[in-house]
Design a protein around this ligand. Structure first.
Ligand code: MSP
Length: 525
C-alpha cells in the first residue's frame, strides 16, 4: 500500500476488427487526461486500456484477412498499442482478452455465477447483430430502406437458434433501479442516466450469455460446446486487470473502479449488464460509468463505407500531438456529440494555443531574457493587480479539481483560459515594455508576476498537453520534483535570480500549406 488514495479508471477495450480511429483515441484521451490529473493530485492511479479480441465480429474479420484469429488479433492489437504511444497515453496496463490471465478470470466469474444459481441452460431463438455483438428483441428492430430488418443502431441482424446459457438478468431489475436511485452519480451525464433507467424500468429479460455456432471465445467451464458471450468476456477485463479471481492485492486496493469511461453506444452494457453480473457474483459494481458523445467529420457521420474515417495518426502528423489533444478536449462540451472540422481545429490551435497561451509565454520569457540578463526577476512589493492575478492562478486548482471529478473537461480548460486571458489583460495594462524605461524595478515585479502565473498555468496544463506543458516548465527551470499539484501554491513560488534557458516558442501557429482546402484559408484569428 502506498498510503495514497487509489483511483482506478478504464477505457472500453477496443474491437480489433478495425484500425484505430478518432473515436478510440477520444475515449482513451479523456481517461489519460483524468489519470494524469489524478496522479499529479497525489492519487495511486491505475489506468487500464486494451483490446477486445473474441467474438464473431473479430472471427469474421480474421477470415476476411485470411488469417487464423490469434495471428490476426496479434497483428491488429499492436495498432492500438502504437496509437497509445503516438497519443502519449499513460496507461499502466494494456489488457488483451486472449491472455491467459483473462481466460482464468472469465471462467472463475462464470463458475461463481453458476454456483449462485445465476446461470441456467436453455435455448436462444431470436435476432443477433454481429456488428454490435448484441441480441435484439423483435420489437426493437427497425425496417431499413430495402425493407430488411435492422437493429436500432442500423446494424444488420441475423436469426439465431441455438442452445444457450442464460443469465438471470430479469431478477436484477429492482436491485439495479435501487443502485441508480441510491447513487445518482453512478451514470453520467443525466441524459444517459434517464435513458438507462427507463430501459431498466421497461423490464429486463434473461440474457443469453453463451454461443455454440462458432468457436472464437472463452470456453464455458464444463461444457466445451459453448463459448461465452463476447460482452460477458469483454466486461470482465476490468476485474481481470486487478487480479480477479484473486481478491487480495490490486483487487482489494483498486476495485471497485472509480470510473468506466465509455461511448454513448455502449452505456447499456456497462450500466445494466455489468453491474448485474457483478452483484450476482457477490462483487461490488463500479462507482461510475460516464458515456461521452460521438464525433462527426465536417458534419457527417463517420463511417467506413462513406470513407470519412479520421485517422488520429494523420491528425497528429498534420497539427502536432498536443494541439490535437487540446482540440479534442476543448472543442466539444464533454458528453455531447461534436463535429471535427479543419477550420475548427485551426481556430483553436491558432486562437488559443498559439495566440493566447503561446504568445503570453513567449513575450514574457523573451522580455526576461533580454531585460533581466536571462535570470528570474527580483520582485519588489506587490500591488493589488499583481496579487489578484497570482491568486486567480492558485485558485484554479480547486475549481478544476471539481470539474475533473465530474468529467467536465472543456470547462476545466475554459477555466484555465480565464487566467490566461487575465494574464494577457495584465500585460497590456502594466505595459512592462514602457516600465523598462520609466521604472525598471517595477518592470521586474511585473515580469515576475507573469512568470509565476505561467508556472501555475504550466503545472495545470500538464494533463492536457503533457509535452508542451513540460517545455513551459523547463523554460522556467522548474525541477521535475516540483511539478505536482502540491506546488500550485505561493509556497513554491519562483525563486528570483534563478538562471533560465533561452526561450523557445512552444505552440507554433498552424500555417495553411499553399493549395490547402479553402475552408481553412482563414483559420486563426
Ligand atoms: N469492444 C467494445 C467495448 C467493450 S468494453 C468492455 C467496443 N469496441 S469499439 O472498438 O467498437 O468501440 C470503442 C469505443 O469507441 C466506444 O466507446 C465507442 O463509443 C467509441 N467510438 C467509436 N466511434 C466513435 C465516434 N465516432 N466518436 C466518439 N467515439 C466513438 O464497443
Amino acid at each position: 500500500m502506498t498510503g495514497r488514495t487509489p483511483f482506478y479508471i478504464t477505457t472500453p477495450i477496443y474491437y480489433v476488427n478495425d484500425r484505430p480511429h478518432i473515436g478510440h483515441a477520444y475515449t482513451t484521451l479523456a481517461c489519460d487526461v483524468l489519470a494524469r490529473f489524478k496522479r499529479l493530485d497525489g492519487y495511486d492511479v491505475k489506468f487500464l486500456t486494451g483490446t477486445d479480441e473474441h467474438g464473431q465480429k473479430v472471427e469474421k474479420s480474421a477470415a476476411v484477412a485470411g488469417l487464423p484469429p490469434q495471428v490476426f488479433t496479434d497483428q491488429v492489437s499492436q495498432n492500438f498499442r502504437d496509437l497509445a504511444r503516438a497519443m502519449n497515453f499513460s496507461n499502466d496496463d494494456f489488457i488483451r482478452t486472449t491472455e491467459s490471465r483473462h481466460t482464468r478470470s472469465c471462467q472463475a466469474l462464470w463458475q461463481e455465477l453458476v454456483q449462485r444459481d445465476q446461470i441456467y441452460l436453455g435455448g436462444y431463438k431470436g435476432w443477433y447483430a454481429v456488428r454490435d455483438e448484441a441480441f435484439y428483441a423483435e420489437s426493437e428492430l427497425v425496417i431499413g430502406q430495402g425493407g430488411q430488418r435492422l437493429a436500432p443502431t442500423g446494424a444488420p441482424v441475423e436469426w439465431v437458434e441455438e442452445p444457450s446459457y442464460f443469465f438471470r438478468l430479469s431478477a436484477w431489475q429492482e436491485p439495479l433501479l435501487r443502485l441508480y436511485e441510491t447513487r445518482p452519480d453512478f451514470i453520467a451525464p443525466d441524459s444517459r442516466r434517464n435513458e438507462v433507467m427507463s430501459f431498466v424500468k421497461s423490464g429486463l429479460q434473461d440474457l443469453s450469455v453463451s454461443r455454440t455456432t462458432f468457436k472464437w471465445g472463452v470456453p464455458v467451464p464444463g461444457d466445451s460446446e459453448h463459448i461465452m458471450y463476447v460482452w460477458l468476456d469483454a466486461l470482465t477485463n476490468y476485474i481481470t486487470a486487478v487480479g480477479y479471481p484473486d481478491q487480495s492485492g490490486a483487487y482489494a486496493s483498486h476495485w471497485p473502479a472509480d470510473l468506466h469511461m465509455v461511448g454513448k453506444d455502449i452505456v447499456r452494457f456497462h450500466a445494466v449488464f455489468w453491474p448485474a453480473f457483478l452483484m450476482a457474483a457477490g462483487l461490488e459494481p463500479p462507482k461510475r460509468v460516464y458515456a461521452h458523445g460521438w464525433w462527426t467529420n465536417e458534419g457527417e457521420k463517420i463511417s467506413k463505407s462513406v470513407g470519412n474515417v479520421i485517422d488520429p495518426l494523420a491528425l497528429i502528423a498534420r497539427y502536432g500531438l498536443d494541439p490535437v489533444r487540446y482540440f479534442l478536449m476543448r472543442e466539444v462540451p464533454f458528453g455531447n456529440d461534436g463535429d471535427y472540422s479543419h477550420r475548427a481545429m485551426v481556430n483553436r490551435v491558432n486562437g488559443e494555443l498559439a495566440n493566447d497561451l503561446g504568445n503570453l509565454a513567449q513575450r514574457v520569457l523573451s522580455m526576461i531574457d533580454k531585460n533581466c540578463a536571462g535570470r528570474l526577476p527580483q520582485p519588489g512589493s506587490f500591488l493589488d493587480d499583481d496579487r489578484a492575478l497570482m491568486q486567480a492562478a492558485y485558485d484554479l486548482l480547486p475549481r478544476i479539481r471539481w470539474l475533473m471529478d465530474r468529467q467536465v473537461f472543456h470547462e476545466a480548460l475554459e477555466t484555465i483560459w480565464s487566467v490566461v486571458r487575465a494574464a494577457n489583460g495584465y500585460v497590456d495594462r502594466q505595459a512592462p515594455w514602457a516600465l523598462k524605461k520609466n521604472d525598471p524595478p517595477r518592470m521586474e515585479t511585473v515580469l515576475y508576476v507573469l512568470a509565476e502565473t505561467i508556472r501555475v498555468l504550466g503545472l495545470l496544463m500538464q494533463p492536457f498537453v503533457p509535452d508542451s506543458a513540460s517545455k513551459m516548465l523547463d523554460q522556467l527551470a522548474i525541477a521535475a520534483t516540483a511539478r505536482d499539484f502540491t506546488c500550485v501554491s505561493s509556497d513554491y513560488a519562483l525563486r528570483p535570480d534563478q538562471p533560465l534557458p533561452k526561450p523557445q516558442g512552444i505552440f507554433p501557429r498552424y500555417v495553411e500549406a499553399v493549395g490547402e482546402g479553402d475552408e481553412g484559408a482563414q483559420g486563426g484569428r
